[in-house]
Design a protein around this ligand. Structure first.
Ligand SMILES: NC(=O)c1ccc[n+]([C@@H]2O[C@H](COP(=O)([O-])OP(=O)(O)OC[C@H]3O[C@@H](n4cnc5c(N)ncnc54)[C@H](OP(=O)(O)O)[C@@H]3O)[C@@H](O)[C@H]2O)c1
Length: 321
């Protein structure tokens, strides 16, 4: 199959039922025209724990296969590639499984059918600036990009990273620490980093699926790129104003967290509770402008300004939670 005329038709998804994978899979199953075949590679645990979700997806009518396996087993992954013959592999594996992806990529490059692979990214731009190589939460994703650059030739396998920035839905509802920033409609209180005027580029969870399908429809511009996609770019103060508008117009009580306080909390978390430190680092990166670009790649993959969710819609959705 020549890459120049490549159109993805047979998709294999790892992590399909996860927090982000669920939105990707739903968008893929809803895509029109439909993809020829969709396969989910999932653990036995997920098959029993998420029966209803899988039954609902099967009822949509797009040919959907479920391969049960262990993502750490070379034989299971090889079997999935050989029997399902995917031309495109999409990984939405969780942070705990990122290191297993080196093997997924290596085996994909060896599999005759597989032409294109999306590693699990769907988050912060890990090659944004001079500080990026040293950010702890980026290390596994950076290592995979390095492995791919050094070992995978484009004629074997094309690779695309979908970079979304923070999910608005998660960002507004931070509860771990007020030092992270967050919005609480029940008490009409908010905490914002610094003066709240620093812009942040957000994606909403449904839009990540929309962007992934858009990338699938535009292989020629997506191959071998980290696509930066965004639903909207706003300041925390604009988010606050939208919350105030949608909750009756009263002014909320706002705490301003100096960036230095967030940085101190981040350093303390890495020392004392590393399991919860990633969130602090990511919020610091986002507050420092780590989601801002001269231009994002939305248009490149055919996503126009009216195709994504808006701040007003996203706040309305958050208020329903
Ligand atoms: N920017 C942000 O704010 C943000 C937020 C969330 C996520 N993300 C990114 O999105 C991607 C997906 O994350 P997620 O939160 O959606 O993942 P998740 O829900 O934690 O996990 C996704 C799936 O990965 C599979 N998995 C297998 N072994 C695993 C292991 N040892 N640890 C974790 N998962 C394992 C599981 O599926 P099976 O049982 O089917 O195998 C699981 O449902 C990651 O790259 C993450 O960094 C970014």
């Amino acid at each position: 199959m020549a890459f120049a005329s490549f159109t993805p038709a047979r998709l294999l998804i790892f992590g399909a039922t996860g927090a982000i994978g669920k939105h990707i899979t739903e968008a893929i199953l809803a895509a029109k025209p439909a993809f020829e075949a969709v396969t989910i590679f999932t653990s036995a645990n997920t098959v029993s724990a998420k029966q209803d979700l899988l039954a609902r997806w099967k009822a949509i009518g797009v040919p959907l296969s479920v391969v049960v396996g262990d993502v750490t087993s070379e034989d299971d992954v090889k079997r999935a590639y050989a029997t399902e013959k995917p031309d495109t592999v999409i990984s939405a594996l969780g942070r705990g499984a990122l290191t297993f992806q080196t093997k997924l990529v290596e085996l994909a490059a060896q599999a005759d059918s597989v032409k294109w692979l999306f590693p699990s990214e769907y988050g912060t731009d890990i090659e944004h600036n001079a500080k990026s190589p040293n950010e702890k939460p980026h290390q596994n994703k950076l290592a995979l990009r390095k492995y791919i650059r050094e070992n995978i030739r484009p004629e074997q396998l094309r690779v695309t990273y979908l970079v979304t920035g923070p999910y608005f839905d998660m960002w507004v509802s931070a509860r771990l620490s007020p030092l992270m920033g967050g919005f609480n409609p029940a008490t009409k209180t908010a905490s914002v980093i610094a003066d709240g005027e620093g812009k942040v580029g957000f994606c909403t969870m449904p839009d990540v699926g929309k962007f992934l399908v858009a990338a699938l429809r535009h292989p020629e511009v997506s191959f071998d790129k980290a696509l930066k996609v965004q639903s909207f770019v706003v300041t925390p103060n604009q988010v606050l104003a939208e919350y105030e508008k949608q909750t009756g117009g009263d002014k909320w009580t706002v705490t301003h967290v100096p960036l230095a306080d967030l940085q101190a909390a981040e350093a303390k978390a890495w020392q004392e509770t590393p399991g919860s430190a990633t969130g602090f680092t990511l919020r610091r990166i986002w507050a420092e402008g780590g989601t801002l670009y001269e231009k994002n790649d939305n248009e490149l993959i055919g996503v126009g300004p009216n195709d994504t969710e808006t701040l007003a819609y996203a706040v309305a959705q958050a208020l329903k939670q």
